[in-house]
Design a protein around this ligand. Structure first.
Ligand code: BES
Ligand code: ZN
Ligand code: ZN
Length: 493
């Protein structure tokens, strides 16, 4: 447990640092909490105008005669502009400064809640906790480093009732799910194989009550006539795995959400090989799988009252003499034949069979898939937003609300029917490519063929799953996108 609660300043224990919040004022920073005996320590730098309380600003002071050697001022920006997201960003900076100074135990004075008109106490604590937690992560990289990164181990929040600890601990559970997804994305593709994802699903089932995992092999995949998934999986020495992980949090209810995650553990492009510069990050191509596994584990650990199944058609998209071939036609589990226009459009093939399996065998009431599906999604929306394609208004509203709450930003995109024309094939029912124009839309229209009439949302996370540089509380490399979004969605379902 990272967080603890202390009702009053006087009751706090010793720590390496105490954090005080400040609003940005018209002329100078204003304390956002009662400073008490600290007022003498912090008066000077504020008057000297080198700390204005701007959102995310921090200033470190060395102090005497207190339970901490250091005091950090953190700017929350203008009081009337405070949001959960601005708190995340501000307290992410606190965590970053602590990392720089190798500080692991801090006291943190909560902003005075009665003054916060825009968000309630819980929202305020969520912002603080998530900003710290999402930053307090270090991926054990492969480089030999001189010093180990020191992470925060203890954060005492001063000025809150202990009853509010539950809110903080929920944030901790969710952050565990995000770390879990990040670790899976960051690991070597040689290690995070389809089999490894299968074992991970089984581990989750072993750890949490009401969860069960089934992992199926190549033979089973062929027997189930998953011709598209089997085609993609033909060329790799690492065998495919079809993973079904179920959590029954509400056994009496018929409501059942199936989360399908793209689980291409490495995407070379296949015979339509990716060029240098496009392949190097392709261990991220199982980020959808990581997100749905992380979400399921978190839902189970929070004991959410929902029935959820994660489905992953896990495979590499490799290249060798057994590779599936551009120009050939393969038959899907649904019976639809697909002409391969490009073996690099493999994600939709694996997802198609995973969706068909879900529709036919799992009795879902809604389907949500997460996939690093198209490069064109990155061109359309950049790296800060994921595209949401949805055939059902209530479902899209739920997801967009969760996007607003979590700042895992979704932008709704059209399932524009006339573009289906672009997927026509002369020799098969459909082609797996639809040309350069509207590439993420045609990819979604391809998936739509396999969801029958069910409420379905497809989230293209090609731009958001993996970051080339750190930004705010999002680390470089695997972001863990989708876990917070989906958990918030379920919490409000
Ligand atoms: N895995 C890629 C999409 C991708 C690109 C994910 C960049 C993350 C970052 C996907 O399998 C792919 O290669 N898509 C092709 C489709 C095309 C051949 C129709 C693409 O987007 O270029
Ligand atoms: Zn590809
Ligand atoms: Zn791919």
């Amino acid at each position: 447990m990272l967080f603890s609660a202390v009702p009053q300043l006087a009751k706090r224990k010793e720590a390496e640092l105490i954090v005080f919040p400040f609003w940005q004022g018209a002329k100078k920073a204003k304390p956002a909490a009662v400073l008490s005996t600290f007022s003498s320590s912090v008066e000077l730098p504020i008057d000297a105008k080198d700390f204005t309380g701007k959102q995310g600003e921090t200033l470190l002071l060395y102090i005497k005669g207190e339970k901490e050697k250091r005091c950090m001022l953190v700017g929350l920006g203008k009081e009337e502009k405070l949001t959960v997201e601005s708190l995340r960003v501000a307290y992410s900076n606190v965590a970053k400064e602590c990392q720089k100074k190798a500080i692991s135990k801090i006291n943190l004075v909560v902003p005075t809640i009665s003054e916060l008109r825009h968000i309630d106490v819980k929202g305020c604590l969520k912002g603080i906790a998530e900003g710290i937690l999402l930053t307090n992560y270090c991926w054990g990289q492969f480089a030999t480093l001189d010093e180990e990164t020191v992470l925060l181990k203890s954060v005492s929040i001063i000025g809150i009732r202990t009853a509010l600890l539950e809110t903080l601990h929920t944030c901790e559970e969710i952050a565990e799910g995000v770390y879990f997804a990040r670790d899976l994305v960051n690991g070597n593709a040689d290690d995070i194989t389809p089999e490894y994802l299968g074992k991970t699903a089984k581990k989750i089932a072993g750890k949490f009550a009401n969860t069960t995992a089934h992992v199926y092999d190549r033979k089973w995949i062929e027997k189930e006539k998953m011709g598209l998934f089997a085609a993609v999986a033909r060329s790799s020495v690492n065998p495919p795995a079809f993973i079904v992980l179920t959590y029954k949090g509400h056994p009496k209810s018929k409501d059942h959400t199936v989360l399908v995650g793209k689980g291409v553990t490495y995407d070379t492009g296949g015979l339509n090989l990716k060029p240098t510069g496009s392949m190097e990050d392709m261990r991220q191509d199982m980020s959808g799988a990581a997100a749905v596994l992380g979400t399921l584990a978190t839902a189970a650990s929070l004991k959410l009252k929902h029935n959820i199944t994660a489905v992953i058609a896990a495979t590499e998209n490799s290249i060798d003499s057994a590779s599936y071939k551009p120009g050939d036609v393969y038959k899907s589990m649904a019976g639809l034949t697909v002409e391969i226009g490009n073996t690099d459009a493999e994600g939709r093939l694996t997802l198609a069979d995973a969706l068909t399996y879900s529709v036919k065998k799992l009795k879902p009431t809604r389907l949500i898939d997460l996939a690093t599906l198209t490069g064109s999604m990155v061109i359309a929306l950049g790296e800060g937003m994921s595209g949401l394609f949805c055939n059902h208004d209530k479902l899209s509203k739920g997801l967009l609300d969760a996007s607003g709450q979590t700042s895992e930003v979704l932008w709704q995109m059209p399932l524009y029917a006339p573009y289906k024309e672009q997927l026509k094939s002369d020799i098969a029912d459909i082609s797996n490519i639809g040309g350069r124009a509207g590439g993420s839309i045609t990819a979604s229209l391809f998936l739509e063929k396999f969801v029958e009439e069910l409420p379905w949302a497809h989230i293209d996370i090609a731009g958001t799953a993996f970051a080339r540089k750190e930004q705010g509380y999002q680390p470089k490399n695997g972001v863990g996108f989708g876990v917070r979004l989906l958990i918030d969605f379920f919490q409000n379902l």
